[in-house]
Design a protein around this ligand. Sequence first.
Ligand code: 1HN
Length: 349
Amino acid sequence: MTKAVAAEELQAGTGRSAFYAKIDTGNCAPLWEVLSDLVRPTPKTPCLPYIWHWNDVWPWIEESGTLISAAEAERRVIVLENPGLRGRSAVTHSLYAGLQLILPGEIAPAHRHTQSALRFILHGAGAYTSVGGERITMQVGDFVITPSWQFHDHGNPSDEPMVWLDGLDIPIVELFDAQFMERTDEQSQLTTHSESHHLAQFGNTMKPVGFEPRSGTSPLCWYPYERTRAALETLKSGEDPHPCWGHKLQYLNPVTGKSAMPTIGTFMQLLPAGFQGKPYRATDSTVYAVVEGSGTCTVNGEALAFGPRDVFVCPSWMPYTLDASKDAILFSFSDRPVQQALDLWRESL
Ligand code: 1HN
């Protein structure tokens, strides 16, 4: 090729597609065609704002109970798929969420996996999860942790159906290709402690002398709603609400002072009746579950009216406001601790 022809081709961009086709055969590709999509001025998430209303999903959850048992399903869960991430079992780009039903008398057999799980109880009372030798009987509003690689099984000895929100770090673990899973012949684990044992050990800003943590996950796997609710009520009567998020607490690992779970940040907040929050955004796409009260979350101008047991998503970096018509209590979770550990997390208010 002469210099003149080469310059002409450069000018016109001809010859590029033949070049792309050639290097494609060797699994190579030109960066300049994709650079502006790869490195963007601000986050561009496939995650969309969305709300699952309890009244819509509850009949489907109930119907799933007539179609398959918890034992056959292993876990009988309706996955909450973000409309921007359909088919990927993801509620945000980095997290999974689902609504798990366990009927009276049922058992969900023991297994363990490297994915960490949280349970946030939405409906019913008296089912349990066994984790780390402790059987935790759960009530609405309780936050329960299943740490990575700990055997866990669930059962419902009560006489009413129980539903909880599962949150798992499945897409994060998948990103790192670090997943392992095991089943065991033992359907239900032996229980060595009463459910309040860990609360007595770690739930009073104290720890047993000589205790050394073996993982980053909180040794306190059960955060009863009663305590969280009482704390928020006390804050409400003693301080002004934050202009964006009202009265908001983060669940912590009491031994390290860090997030209760290493990969998932978990929070509970109270928005007093009449609260009209100022706009807020952060890089952690957040899943909210409503415990009590009602209000509106407006994300990127889209109003999501929420009530008890609804679940909604605020995607990364989209500005949103929270308003409450009556005192509202919201649980939320996101990948914030991962972003913070990697120096990526940002917020603006
Ligand atoms: C799991 O183990 C549970 O233990 C719930 O309750 C949901 C979703 C995907 C993979 C494992 C549970 C799950 C899960």
